[in-house]
Ligand binder design. Sequence first.
Ligand SMILES: [Zn+2]
Length: 238
Amino acid sequence: MMLKRGLALLTLAVCLTVASAAGAEKVRTKWAHAYRYGNREEPRVAITVDDWMYPETWLPQFLEVAEEYNVKLSLYPSGYNLKVEDREIWQAALDAGHVIGCHFFQHKRLTQQSQPQVEKDLKKFSDALDATLGYHYEFLSVRPPFGAGMEHGGGGMVGRWLHQLGFDHIVLWDMDNTDSLDYALKNVKNGSIVLMHANSADLKFFRKLMEGLKDRNYEYVTVNELLNITDRMLYVEQ
Ligand SMILES: [Zn+2]
């Protein structure tokens, strides 16, 4: 019996080796990638909401508007705003299909920190998120505070640090003006990533924007869906 099982495992191992040799090998990219938008050919848009100073006040209201307009949000809280007492609302957001990404713990410019400080801050964010939810949540993308250090995209210094820390998907935005609805209506297009913040002005703007875009029939997906992010690391076929 043991021998048979051993043989079966050996056969399986041989088959797997042959299969991977025949197919293209996936190798990790050399740099992180910074995304300002997704596919311009597909009518899909991602709405992202940052910081979350008072999630107990704003999150239920953002979730309400999101449900009304069939939007899946991407939430980027700063770690220092994550608290165990808000567990239920964060979980409600995840249960409704929204996703959480990393906006770091202290909300400081990554360019004003050393790599070990950035690493520490990232770990602190992850721990705060896990403590808030009560389990490990594998966030898939990062958003540097103020977009600092992204002048050269994922290939700049900050991009290289994040890549070395195992995070290749840096999510930026191509629409960040929540003061002018006209501006937003002109600038949102296929693949857009819209940046908002969790406050009363942006909550009002969110509803107005959804009303204003109604006729365009966009699908409002998470950044993970928009950018096909399924893993923290980015691979290329070799
Ligand atoms: Zn921020």
